[in-house]
Each structure stands twice: as structure tokens, then as C-alpha cells.
Ligand binder design. Sequence first.
Ligand code: NOJ
Length: 577
Amino acid sequence: MTANKNIEEDKKKESYPTNKTWWKEAIVYQLYPRSFKDSNGDGIGDIKGIIASLDYLQSLGITVIWLNPVFSSPNDDMGYDVSDYRNIMTEMGTMNDFNELLNGLHQRGIKLIADLVLNHTSDEHDWFVQSKSSRNNPYRNYYHWWPAEKGVPPRRYSVFHEEGAWTYDNTTDSYYLHYFSRKQPDLNWENPTVRKEMYEVMKFWLDKGVDGFRLDAFTYISKDNSYPEIPEKYKEDPFSYYSCGPGLHNYLQEMNKEVFSHYDLMTVGEASGITHDQALLFTATERKEIQTLYHFDHANWGRNKNNLYYPDLKNRKLTDLKKIFSLWDAAFENDGWGAVYLTTHDQSRMVSRFGNDTTYRNESSKLLLTFLLSMRGTPYIYQGDEIGMRNIRFEKIGEYKDLHTINYYHYLATTGGDTQAFIEAQKETARDNSRTPFQWSNQKNAGFTNGTPWINVNPDYESINARNAENDPASILHYTRKMIALRKALPVLVYGDFNLLEKESETLFVFTRRLANMQVLVVLNFSDTETAFTLRANDKIVKEIINNYNEQTHFENSRVVLKPWQAILYECITDES
Ligand code: NOJ
């Protein structure tokens, strides 16, 4: 890797752009607390566990943590069903623990963004308990209700494959709306009092010192309260209908005016159903809505388009992936800002989906991290990817904890579907693949807990764990640190233009990043076979910056042969005369 002196020289070649912000320069680590570190032996990760791991987090060099929800919750959907926005979930600890965590992070120069669930609460939230108690309750209008005397409401689909998104409640002879599970009733954002309540929640956490929010399912918040039939053009994909409610942009602008504009914060929206041509409607500076968002286009890469529960590994094409990332980069070319990620707690493991998690687990993990950290847009590393954790591939439905999988299995089981084929499919696509405990060591339960883990630990922990990685200079972990240091040292990797080369190749993902007279050439071999790359006629290599294999590469007649999953960054000059 380039020595510090060289980095300083490189920096001089770059001119710093004027629209710099800390959240564009951020390197985010997504921390799924339930599975990070358990401190009290109840088998569930907790805040004290994170506090005990602060030095590890700092050692990575990351600058922001996206913390999945830690608010009070009955955990029907693992914290995304909040029963009290101003309290901490019992299993996670106390508010004092949270304050200590925030301080500990800030002392180490790491910011924290909280995961705010906007679209729905838990059915155990006091607002909903009140709302369902009578049609005249002052909280009635906090949620969406359909009186049964009007008949059955027009069909709405549930993301979690429940019978539908309207559930009948006999207390008031009415149906309530829930796009997710029936324990996650949707808030009625059309009610100004609800919006105000949520803005107060945001201020509560910002005043405490959190540095921003990941906005959960924010595109779903606005509804047409006449609840019409879903228009024909959305029938194929009802979820895109959910993402274009009539009040969405007004509410985001109001949120910005009431809350965001008063703080120096980072906002990233989970932009389900949003296409690249809509990106600036949310993120352009003058729109005053949110700063960044993340899309799902590549999350569906390698999945069966007709049913995302099933993989379609044979039809994965690197050219499609390149198109997706290029389109999204172009969306933010002049304004707005993107997020670059390869997995989250809602998708299976990065190396199992985009890499090779057997023969080339080490090389392909490093390549994918190189990709994340050299693209334009704020990079997100999901916990465990820095040590190359992979899909657990459960064999039995009983091992799954996620209702997304469990509900669909039951649907198949009760309708004569092929449950065995589904279990096979879930080995590649289930969300629980990413939610197994962090593998700290080769001790019992991977050092995650002294008790019984809430979800099984991947048996590969005996070899794949942080302690082993720490002791091996060639590990993914050490490489991650180097790549992070590089991203921090070279502004071109943050602010430089992105230019895709080798567009038609099904094995090479090659691009340049350029800022003033500094240009980095990123060459990634996304395949199990050696692949040759040839420089453009007017390109000249200045030096190799980082390489995920030990030996330096050599060009012969402008041609270099990359090993399987080899990833290299070069400094490169293009002669434009
Ligand atoms: C998106 C979250 O990331 C996911 O985990 C959750 O199930 C849904 N939103 C519902 O809140």
C-alpha cells in the first residue's frame, strides 16, 4: 500500500471541491446490534456489548455507525415495530447505556445515525392501543382505518406476504392498514398531529446528540386516504404504488424545515420503489428534502424477477450490475449524493451473492470491499463483511427467525406449494443469512454470547472469525483497514468523477475516478478465472496503489493479466493531447 509520504503527495495533486461535507466523506459501518455482541448472556446482542467493542470499531477506521433500531419493541420484525420511540428496548439495555455508547463513539471521532421507523409503529405502541380502543378515541386518526360497514377494503399487498395489508379488528368492527406485518400498523401521515409527533421524536434524538437518521421505508409514508383500487399500471408491482403517495414530497420538505434544517446531520433514506430518474426529487440540494438515499436495483440482481424469494443465479450478468451502478452514479452527477452498499440486514451476505464464498472467499471479499470504497457515493460496510462472513444457509424452517421467510413458508405449506424448493431458495436470498451473530473468535458461540444465541451461529466460525483475522496479516480485516485508510487519504475516491470502462465485459468491472489532475484506475476481476485487461492507448500507469494479491502486477504491452477476483487500484495519467 502507498506509504504516507506518497499519500501526501497524491493529495497535493487533487483540488478540493467546494461542496465538501462530512457525510459525503463518511465511511459507514452498519451495525445490527441484536447480533453484534451480547454482554449479559441472554443470547441477544446489546448496547453494553457494543461499548465493549468500541476499540474494534475504531480500529477499522470507519467514521459513522448506522445502528439498526434499539427502541422499545416487541420484536415482531426485529425492532422495526417500535412501541416507544423515546425508550430503549429492554434486551438492548437502558438509556444510560445508549448515552454512554454515544459518548464513547464521539470520543473516538465516530458519529452515529439512528434508524428511524417512520411508516409504522408496533401495534403495542400506546398510540395504536388507544386508536383501536374506540372510533371516537383522540388517537383514532393516527392510523388508517376502514369501517367494515363499507364492505371489504380494496386489496393492498403486504410486503411480508400476509393475507393482505388490511386486518380486521373486531373491537371497532374496522380494518386497519399495515404494509408490513399485522403487528406494524401504518401511521397516518396525512394527519398533521402525527407528523408533528414524529418530528418531536426526531428532535429528541438529535438533541441527545445523534448525528442523523437512516429513514426506514420513508417512501411509503403518504397514502391516498380514499384507499382506491391500485391503478392498473401498478398492478404488476404494487410496491411502487406505495412509494408515490400524494403527500410524500410535501412531508419531506416539511420534515426538513421543521427538523433537519436546524441540525448538522446526515440523512439517508431507504428508497424502496424509487428509480434513478426520481433520485434528485429527493436529494437535490434545492429540494430541501433528504441528503442521500439507497436504492434496491442491485439488491434484486441474481434474484428471480417474478418472485424475489427465489434466486436466479445463472442469469446474473456483470454488465447488468455495471449498468445499475452507472445509472445511479449518473443520477447524482451534478447534485444530490448516493449511498453505495452491497448488502444490509435485509439481504443475504455480500460475498455469497456477489463474490465466491468458497474457493475465493478471501480474494472476492477484498475485491468487493475495494469496490465499495472506490465508488462515488457514501460507502456502507455491513458488519461481518470485513471478516468475510457468509450465508448460513439454514436447512430447516425452524431455524429461521425472520417473519419474511416464515410467513411465505407457511403460505406455501398451506397452499400445497413446494416448501423444500423454498428452503433451498432461502439459502441464497433469506434476510437471516446476514443476521447471524458476529464471529469474534473460535470460542463457544463464536464469542458472541455465553448464553444461547437468539439465532444460530454460522458453524464456519471456527475458522472465520475476527481473532483469526487479526492474527493474519493477509486477512480481509487488515485489507479493509487499508482500503478505508486509502479512501480517507485520497479525496479523488470521494469526490472524483466516475467513468466506466470495459462496458461490455462480463468479467471486468473497470472505472476511473478523477479529480483535477489526480486519476485512479480501478480494475476488478469479478470472476473465478484469469482475465486480461488492456489499457486504453492514451493511458499510462504511474503506480500501483493497492492490490488484493501480494505480488505487484506488471503490464506488458499495456496488458495485464488479473488473477481470479483480483482488485487493483492504479494511479493513471490519460494523455488528452
Ligand atoms: C426496512 C427494514 O430495513 C426492514 O428490516 C424492515 O423489515 C422493514 N423496513 C419494515 O420496517
